[in-house]
Design a protein around this ligand. Sequence first.
Ligand code: GDP
Length: 461
Amino acid sequence: MSDTDTTQASSSGLRTPIVAVLGHVDHGKTSLLDKIRGSAVIEGEAGAITQHIGATAVPLDTVSRVAGSLVDPTDFDLPGLLFIDTPGHHSFTTLRSRGGALADIAVLVIDVTDGFQPQTIEAIKILQDSSTPFVVAANKIDTVPGWNPREDSPVQGTYDAQSDRARSRLDERLYELIGELSDHGFSADLYWRVQDFQKNVGVVPVSAMTGEGIPDLLTVLMGLSQRYMKEAMAIDVEGPGAGTVLEVKDEKGFGATVDVVLYDGTIREDETIVVGGTNEPIVTDVRALLQPRPLAEIRAESRFDRVEEVSAAAGLKIAAPDLEAAMAGAPVRVVRDREIDDVIREVEAELAEVEVSTEEEGVVVKADTLGSLEAMANALAEAEIPVMRAEVGDIAPRDVSIASTADDPIHRTILGFNVEVLGDAKRHADENEVRIFRNEVIYQLVEGYDEFVEDSRKAQQ
Ligand code: GDP
């Protein structure tokens, strides 16, 4: 380790931009990610693509192979793109970093036929709130009547080669999307007509099924990152690592582990880290850093490779004592040559960014992660719904007991976002006249509760 001491001078470098995929259920988020991974693997030699935990890295030369003539790698100095594997606005809100979203850029997937749907609107609100730049992947163009799919081709060329009829049908739908984006305050256009991606949202027609438009999408993401985000990608590669917990999981042979997306610096085996926990920051020492083995090499004894060091941006699994109490969405910080107390304060300050203000009388809120709790809290504050307690976790009998202490019957309520109802909680709730509302779309959850409040008021009159 001593030779690293002599190379303390900061080594600056450019990290990979982190890309999130959002959109309404069934519009093709998972298929799109699979296709990006698949195209990259087909086009490149095996192993060109690196599977991380929680994220997939597509290096620049793979992007350029997939994108063919659309990308000349010498035009870029960013290392590639890191796609967060779990699609959806849910994972987007989970993945916070200091002061905002972890993702640098987002792909909003919209089924070209189905158009705007509740989760599309919710995703747009979240992207707007977090000022995250995004492009629209107008998906399933292969379903447009008369469309003549061409495998894995840049869609711009395919588009020109279609019959007038098919093209005008697709155009009609694309312009409808562009109109809806404009209703939400975004000026948008087909990506090849966009001059300035900071002023206009680029719409990329794609098919996650045939692969059309994937080269275009990768090109737009790469170009956007290179042109507008390069400075934000400059990190001190050798600096103490900073990341966000994606998930807390028990792993055979390792005990409690956390899946983390590292967005800054480096993390090494045996280093001391501070991780945001459900009660207080956890100070622990890294026992192992794990990354998935290439699929072909997975052996029975372990699905993971131990690595000594991981640099941003990357997904990885950390095994360390005391991680049971780690919280999804919470920060992870490497202490390195800093005072532990300073790092603890940093972690606390970041957690405090999402502190929900609570009152003596109000509803109980449960959400699956810190980020979604924050999104819930914002939505409830906007709707002027008071909150008595807000916590990360499934709905347990204890939450019912707390909710049952509210004076006003309309507050004897638990609002659960993306959480389960545990064991006896349901029965306990019925016995204590506590209502449980659950939903996976925040504003529907809030609307559902508002309707209930209105009905109760009417019933009282
Ligand atoms: P998600 O819920 O947004 O992750 O959506 P999925 O990726 O699971 O896709 C939902 C359904 O749409 C699946 O049956 C997919 O096979 C299908 N699908 C996704 N993309 C396309 C596409 O480009 N074309 C066609 N025809 N079907 C698609």
